[in-house]
Design a protein around this ligand. Structure first.
Ligand SMILES: [Zn+2]
Length: 243
């Protein structure tokens, strides 16, 4: 089915997608071919994923598209496959309230292994408007989807063979340990990333795409591991437009 969908969305994007892509703050970091690919993946996403709003919130086209475009930025070079189980995205105006044994928890986002994601619209707006603050709930929750695609949510996505897994463990594992001790990348990666390897990967993904030059300078091994996995080099793309 994926091939058929890929073929169906190969042509020129409809005007609403073309203008929404141009408005993305990272649009200039993408070549024309990459922008077309982003829209193609996004339209596939739109055709298979159901969006709904909590408490009567109406999820309008521009809201849906900004979420999809940011989600699909992560899979730009990976292809649609890692998102194949994503089937539903629920949007709340502000936060999701979760009742736990320890009391009420307010969440900005969540990703269930079933492929159902929850996002706070106010958090999406802030995260996507300021694309260089290292915070983006869409990148965060979809990083969890990528992490779980190989069947295990453990902070390591499907990076490839034994050699790649060893490099990942060395680079990302040691960056996580340093973050736990408050050392390397301490200003870059949010302290929430120190809670577990799973959250570290999600927080590091936010920084990789939003503050790539800083990450490449402060923790080149971590940056390289993420670059190899995502098959994207946002630091080089950003340097090219900054001149
Ligand atoms: Zn998380």
């Amino acid at each position: 089915m994926q091939r058929i969908l890929e073929f169906r969305y190969r042509g020129d994007p409809p005007p609403e997608w073309a203008s929404d892509v141009r408005r993305l703050s990272f649009a200039d970091m993408l070549s024309e071919a990459e922008q077309r690919r982003l829209v193609q993946l996004s339209r596939m996403f739109e055709s298979v994923v159901r969006f709904d709003g909590r408490h009567g919130l109406e999820v309008e086209g521009p809201m849906r598209r900004v979420i999809i475009l940011h989600a699909c930025r992560l899979i730009l070079a990976l292809g649609y496959e890692p998102y194949r189980f994503v089937h539903r995205v629920t949007i709340a105006e502000t936060t999701f309230v979760l009742e736990t044994r320890d009391g009420v928890v307010r969440l900005h986002g969540a990703a269930e292994s079933s492929g159902h994601l929850a996002l706070s619209w106010s958090e999406v707006e802030t995260g996507t408007e300021w694309d260089d603050d290292g915070r983006n709930v869409v990148y965060h929750e979809f990083a969890h989807v990528l992490d779980g695609y190989d069947g295990v949510v453990d902070g390591r996505p499907d990076v490839g063979g034994e050699r790649e897994r060893a490099i990942w463990t060395e680079a990302v594992g040691s960056a996580y340990q340093h973050r736990r001790r408050g050392k390397r990348c301490r200003q870059l990666i949010d302290k929430y990333g120190a809670t577990s390897p799973v959250e570290f990967f999600a927080e590091a993904t936010e920084v990789f795409f939003e503050k790539p030059i800083e990450m490449a300078e402060q923790d080149p091994a971590l940056y390289e591991a993420l670059k190899d996995y995502f098959r994207q080099d946002p630091a080089a793309d950003l340097r090219a437009i900054l001149g």
